[in-house]
Design a protein around this ligand. Structure first.
Ligand SMILES: [Zn+2]
Length: 700
């Protein structure tokens, strides 16, 4: 979600730790999902229904909030709703708003494709049209990827791989292997430096390759079958296809084994290792880095961050031990798999069948217009967004959101002052960090200039290559330059939000500042529970198990006294134990350590929303509405954000590879740690959700 690169099947974990989204969509089901081959009976766009905000009829008032709060808050909705066939999960407030925003965006793209009125509309209209033109995509077959495959076929030794990878990337083609780009120096947030990190696997997480149980073993054999089918579609004989698939799995498994776990990646010190280029050459003598750097076209540098040195050490060994033919298969797979969705329907269908249906449980692909709308948004987000915000984000909206953010920041400041477990010294440092928080609301002040991207109405893959080259050059141009603090990492219509560790800023695209998250016509308490808690959640990321290692400038710096550090760690261990005991699906527990940052942010966000609501009352008593107190409506507002249904396969995937706990646990999980929630609903010893006061975790 954090990168605009259309070829990235799932988030790059390194980028994830810099730009932490509120919600991650499963691989393949992301907003940036690429197009399918479509047919004449492909569903036509229809306007989605109006979105209801806080909704009493969603509640199951026969349930006991002290036993199952989620059921009480959302039970009737759960009973009366099902997951649409083109979704692997339906997180109601997000999904409905995504559908609405996408429909509104589609109206613009469709009009621009037919009758563009500005050069910008011509550009994004043509990209959308190239995606909708399935007849041309069918006619071209695999011709658009053949230049890359020809170059791979001509490899004479593994020593030529770096130059080849540089060339593929330099032309916008996906290549796997690892992640490379320019990022903010973790220890000096005013500097932008080159960074290398692990990558190269196609399944959603390293667990899929290395965990030894029946579930993952089955997926691995299904993955082999999938690769065989894809290679066969591209012209392999059955024997060739089987050999190629086995080679790919062998290499990806070795890469997975050498990868750091998501939990270990959470600690920034684990992914900060400054190397000179000469030392990098010593780490991986089998890989000629200069040829690669020259090929991708980045400027000169002497040092870089090698985030995961062990991965590159292993890659070096692998380059020497794997036969050249296996590398060719691996590279062919990266090119084919990375663009499967943009090829003819047979490729799309097979890719969908494995990555979306088998892994995520999604029953049907999205309609073509939805896919092409998302693809255009992911490719030219700040072009389509300019027109979108004019229609959908009135100037006054920005002001009211800024006021809301200010009230949440005040709550966090007050809250830090009264933390019972922290010494004054650390409190002061935390307050300093908070004082340096920045915020971005709605959309960029200055739009990216995409005018150099060539778009051809009849060449989808060519267009996407041009977009990739643009993105890569945009990124490489940052090397050694001052940081652009105003840059955004989500497009304006996106229904999400993020905190950035290196920028120390919170970011709320226009897409999420809408009903049901914020509804000017709705009750204030419910708004605080929804958008207020979302804002508090993002702020809390600045102080979670990852964010707390950075100071107000966004640089890694230890501002904790040893005793407060020890207390923080002890409390996170208790939170880890609480979440690790939760079992969203039989046999699959939440990974309390992997989801730590999100769980801390959910806990902090719900507390801050309540505090900010109290402040907003200005000393007056909260009104009772429909028999519900103000505090009750704040908690119910948060709960109703997470009305959600998930297919079992999607839930399994989420528990394995997502840093966010599944929806239900984002409600009961934090609230049973909040004292005010006990008072609001009369939760008593003996109730199922009851925790003794000394067992409740209070971090922020
Ligand atoms: Zn988050």
């Amino acid at each position: 979600m954090s990168t605009q690169n259309i070829f990235v099947q799932e988030e790059n974990p390194m980028q994830f730790f810099r730009f932490i989204p509120l919600l991650a969509f499963a691989a393949g089901a992301a907003l940036a999902q690429a197009p399918a081959g479509s047919s004449a009976d492909d569903p036509q766009p229809t306007a989605p229904p109006a979105i209801k905000s806080f909704d009493l009829s969603a509640m199951d008032t026969t349930a006991d909030p002290c036993t199952d709060f989620y059921q009480y808050a959302c039970g009737n909705w759960m009973k009366t709703n099902s997951i649409p066939s083109d979704q692997s999960r339906w997180v109601r407030s997000f999904s409905e708003l995504i559908e609405r925003n996408r429909y509104l965006l589609w109206q613009e793209l469709d009009a621009a494709a037919k009758n563009p009125k500005t050069p910008l509309q011509k550009q994004y209209g043509d990209l959308y049209a190239s995606c909708m033109d399935t007849a041309t995509i069918e006619k071209k077959g695999i011709a658009p990827i053949e230049p890359a495959w020809t170059a791979i076929a001509q490899l004479k030794s593994a020593a030529e791989i770096p130059a080849l990878l540089g060339d593929l990337e330099g032309h916008g083609s996906p290549d796997g292997f690892f992640e490379f780009g320019v990022s903010i120096d973790l220890k000096d947030s005013s500097k932008q430096i080159a960074e290398l990190s692990q990558g190269g696997i196609s399944l959603p997480d390293r667990d899929y390759y290395i965990v030894d149980n029946a579930h993952f073993a089955t997926i691995r054999s299904q993955y082999i079958e999938h690769m065989k089918k894809m290679f066969a579609l591209a012209g392999d004989t059955p024997d060739q296809a089987a050999k190629e698939a086995a080679a790919v799995l062998e290499i990806e498994t070795a890469m997975a084994k050498a990868s750091m776990s998501r939990t270990d990646l959470r600690q920034p010190a684990n992914r900060y290792h400054i190397y000179t280029v000469a030392d990098l050459d010593k780490l991986t003598p089998a890989y000629e880095w200069n040829n690669y750097f020259h090929g991708v076209g980045i400027g000169h540098f002497d040092t870089l961050n090698v985030a995961t040195p062990d991965f590159f050490k292993a890659l070096n060994g692998l380059l020497q031990s794997e036969p050249l033919e296996s590398w060719k298969s691996y590279l062919r797979w990266q090119v084919l798999h990375g663009q499967a969705d943009d090829l003819p329907k047979a490729f799309f269908d097979e890719n969908f069948a494995f990555f979306d249906k088998t892994l995520g449980g999604q029953q049907e692909p999205r309609a073509r217009w939805k896919q092409c709308t998302s693809l255009t948004d992911a490719s030219l987000g700040e072009a389509v967004g300019q027109d979108w915000v004019k229609q959908n984000f009135p100037p006054g909206a920005k002001d009211s959101m800024e006021k809301l953010v200010a009230s949440l920041e005040k709550s966090l400041g007050d809250d830090i002052k009264t933390l019972p477990w922290m010494t004054d010294e650390t409190k002061k440092a935390a307050e300093q960090k908070l004082a340096m928080f920045r915020q971005k609301i709605g959309y960029p002040d200055k739009w990216k200039d995409y005018s150099s991207i060539k778009v051809d109405r009849t060449d989808l893959i060519g267009n996407l290559h041009h977009v990739n080259v643009f993105d890569e050059n945009y990124n490489f141009a940052k090397l050694g330059k001052p940081v652009d603090e105003k840059e955004w990492h989500m497009s304006p219509p996106t229904v999400n939000a993020y905190y950035s560790t290196s920028f120390n800023d919170i970011n709320f695209p226009a897409g999420i500042l809408q009903p049901p998250f914020y509804d000017a016509a709705s009750d204030a308490a419910a708004n605080f529970g929804a958008i207020g808690a979302v804002m508090g959640h993002e702020m809390s990321h600045g102080f979670d198990d990852n964010g707390r290692h950075y100071d107000g400038t966004g640089a890694l710096s230890d501002w904790w006294t040893p005793q407060d550090d020890a207390k923080f760690v002890a409390q996170t261990r208790r939170l880890d134990e609480q979440y690790s005991a939760m079992e969203p699906i039989p046999g699959a527990h939440i990974k309390g350590d992997q989801t730590m940052g999100e769980n801390i942010a959910d806990l902090g966000g719900s507390l801050l929303a309540l505090d900010a609501y109290h402040l907003s009352l200005g000393g007056k008593p909260a009104p009772v509405l429909n028999g519900l107190t103000g505090d009750q409506r704040v908690f119910l507002g948060w709960a109703q954000v997470w009305r959600a249904k998930s297919r079992p396969d999607a839930l399994k995937q989420q528990v394995t590879s997502d840093s966010h706990s599944p929806a239900r646990f984002r409600v009961d999980g934090p609230l049973r740690n909040v004292d005010a929630w006990y008072d609001a609903f009369g939760v008593k010893p003996g109730d199922k959700l009851y925790l003794k006061p000394e067992d409740r975790v209070r971090i922020w």
